[in-house]
Design a binder for this molecule. Sequence first.
Ligand code: PEP
Ligand code: MG
Length: 568
Amino acid sequence: MSERLLRGVGAAAGAVMGPALVYREAQAVPTAAKAGTPAEEQARYEAARRRAAAELEELVQRADDHGREILGAHQLMLQDPEMHDLVAASIQAGKPAEEAVQAAVEQFAGMLEALDDEYLRERAADVRDVGRRLVAALTGRSVGLRLERPAVVIARDLAPTDTIGLDRSLLLGIVTEQGGPTSHTSILARSWGIPAVVAAHGVLEAAADGMTVALDGDSGEVVLDPDAGTRIRYEAAMARAREQAERDRAEASLPGETPDGVRVELAANAGSPDEVALAMEKGAEGVGLLRSEFLFMGRDTAPTEEEQYAAYAAALRNAGGRRVIIRTLDIGGDKDVPYLGLAKEENPFLGVRALRLCFRRPELFRAQLRALLRASVHGRLAIMFPMVGGLADLRRAREALAEARRSLEAEGHPVADNYEVGIMIEIPSAALLADHLAAEVDFFSIGTNDLVQYTLAVDRGNPALAEMYQPYHPAVLRLIDRVVTAAHAAGKWVGVCGEMGGLPAGALLLLGLGVDELSMSPALLARIRRLVRATPFAEARSVAQQSLALGTPEEVLALVEPLVRRGE
Ligand code: PEP
Ligand code: MG
């Protein structure tokens, strides 16, 4: 038989070839079970919910940052009161619990699928995933897909929790018939570095278990049973990727330094103590942002001071003496935590978020600050406050920290003397007042993700505005320039922990503007390290300075791109 070529949409970059594992999940059709009494069915439903919640909790323990976010959304859906009311009404009307769940899920998913917005449409898959778990719990089955040997997984669509549950060390690639590049499965594949192709129509029918399959997550090509020529092509691409990975490993210990001798610390962002360890393996010179939200999400109660202390101490130990910047809680905005009972807001990104929330919940803030200070003796700690709008926020946060320190000392707890205290610059007012703020901190870290959204008034999570979300906007660059100048004038250092620092053009502009540290996803470090080591600072500075005088992001990119190409 000759090879069969299919075209899908590339969802996660990279080429791979290996044996297929075809996942033909039985549709979660409810059995034609006869309903018990409504009270019995309601009790079965409640028990299934508890089981589903326990399963999700178990998955949370194994998930990374992205996985936890997805699972957090599933946990919320499982508690959704509207969903309950719908299910309960069907049960009262005499339906078995399976059918009641299925009907409610389809009603919700149908509503989402009717929307214009692609991102929201794809959330229907999450609703169905939760429904499938509930129905499986009702019928005593377990859900999910397990890998026993390395394989390319082929499926109609992978429910987000199917993907989270997969053993990453055995997953070679993913091909699905359905799904889009913004589905959770695609997002996860990208963050794991696993090649993926979605919307490959006909693949499920044409593929068989064990058949060799080659896929290219850049072009969207899928080849079933590839012939000799195709195999050679894919083997060569895989060999190149392996060589690149080896080169990355070999270069991991090289410092971020330009050929003309300017140092920029290349640090990593992390979402848990385990990710701190991973970042060190990838050659991070420190952790520029540890988001402490990981401790608070996907659970029913706030973590205790003890629990937090253990986690922060582990993060510091995993960094082996390198600096770890731990950011205090940034909940609110688009991150909800049900047990905190936050009010729904019209504009959550402009609402009770981060420090604003901590000031209203002093007990929550105090426990975190005490845990951080207690952990300070285990490594090189820096404490960072998010969403500082001006001096009042900074002073209030510092006073809470001082109070936490006094309380620990009164109790005889040891606290280090050498921890640093800094703030994120992510609100334009803070960027404009950076000279005042610089006098009262040890460092700044610029949060470009939020600084861009607040400067340009473009919601960072709204896919309809994705094209308007422009980190290279000269207005943003001018604010960053001002922040760097103010920090250096006060003898303080300044880093960047937003996504811009991990983009090649962004990294060069920031380097040229004089930023001292760039912190990014560990997967991006190797590329940015190579670029920094190949680009003379004098050239980066010249491009950055010229950019400040330009009027549009397009002009900025046109200026910086030749420098990126030359450095790569
Ligand atoms: C930022 O705003 O750039 C940032 C790093 O914080 P977060 O993405 O967590 O809001
Ligand atoms: Mg932010």
